[in-house]
Design a protein around this ligand. Structure first.
Ligand code: NAI
Length: 250
């Protein structure tokens, strides 16, 4: 039977790789992203590979957008098996005492509150069917602290706590909730935002060297761990924060 999957921020990076993986594992994947053009591209790639997917433009900060996304999933498919709360930003980098408050609010809103709002909707849908698996995107900064990333660190620690609380609340409902905590991963978030690390540069190599394995992660390596947590192979795993970081927090 085709399962139904949802990946927020599925138009790029880790979300894109995860959408591909779920499609290859018999899911119809709803690729939800505020960048509809990118979401459409990912859907086309999945169709070309013989998979099933559809795109939806959603700003996860917008409660109406999120409500419409889940009404659409319920109306079209009547169920949701796998959900990945992945949409996120890093925002500007800088010390707390100089940090723009509006930027901090935006980071907390997208990276934490939106995960809470999506979780609410996902749990309501999955509760009705008595099954489902959810993975949230936390970070190494959801386990340890990044100087000059205080708002992002606070948001990701929030996601880690939210994951564990949600797991406790849903364990008796047949729902599992886990998170992965990626190290630096080569996506547009790293290459185009924040530090703007380009492959082949000294700075790129230096950021890789923070990880004991000696390099940054690739989106497909994150997708593989997300896919495992979502799968029945992880049927006794809930409330877990899985480091996928080349040993960064070891
Ligand atoms: P990315 O920038 O490649 O992709 C993020 C996607 O989220 C984009 O398609 C973007 O359009 C979408 N998005 C952003 N704000 C949105 C909003 N308000 N509504 C809907 N969609 C929105 O980033 P990447 O690296 O794939 O990040 C995915 C997740 O992984 C994020 O939660 C990030 O914090 C987390 N992460 C990434 C790490 C990295 O080094 N790349 C490390 C640790 C965690």
């Amino acid at each position: 039977m085709t399962k139904i999957g949802l990946v927020t921020g599925g138009g790029s990076g880790i979300g894109r790789a995860t959408a591909h993986l779920l499609a290859a594992r018999d899911h119809h994947v709803v690729v939800a992203d505020m960048n509809k053009e990118n979401a459409d591209k990912v859907v086309q790639e999945i169709h070309s590979a013989g998979g099933q997917a559809s795109a939806q433009r959603v700003d996860v900060r917008d409660d109406d957008d999120v409500a419409a996304l889940f009404v659409g999933i319920k109306d079209q498919f009547g169920r949701l098996d796998s959900a990945v709360n992945n949409a996120g930003i890093t925002g500007p980098i800088g010390p707390i005492h100089e940090f723009d408050l509006e930027a901090a609010n935006t980071i907390l809103d997208i990276d934490l509150i939106s995960v809470f709002v999506c979780l609410q909707q996902e749990i309501r849908l999955m509760q009705e069917q008595g099954s489902g698996s959810i993975v949230n995107l936390s970070s190494i900064w959801g386990l340890t602290a990044g100087a000059n990333y205080a708002a992002y660190t606070a948001a990701k620690h929030g996601v880690s706590g939210l994951t564990r609380a949600a797991a406790l609340e849903t364990a008796q409902l047949g729902i599992r909730v886990n998170a992965i905590c990626p190290g630096f991963t080569v996506t547009p978030m790293i290459t185009d935002q924040g530090l703007k690390l380009q492959r082949g540069t000294k700075e790129f190599e230096a950021a890789g060297a923070f990880h004991p394995i000696g390099r940054m992660g690739e989106p497909e390596e994150m997708a593989a761990s997300i896919g495992w947590l979502l799968s029945d192979e992880a049927s006794f795993v809930t409330g877990h924060l899985l480091s996928v970081d080349g040993g960064f927090v070891a």
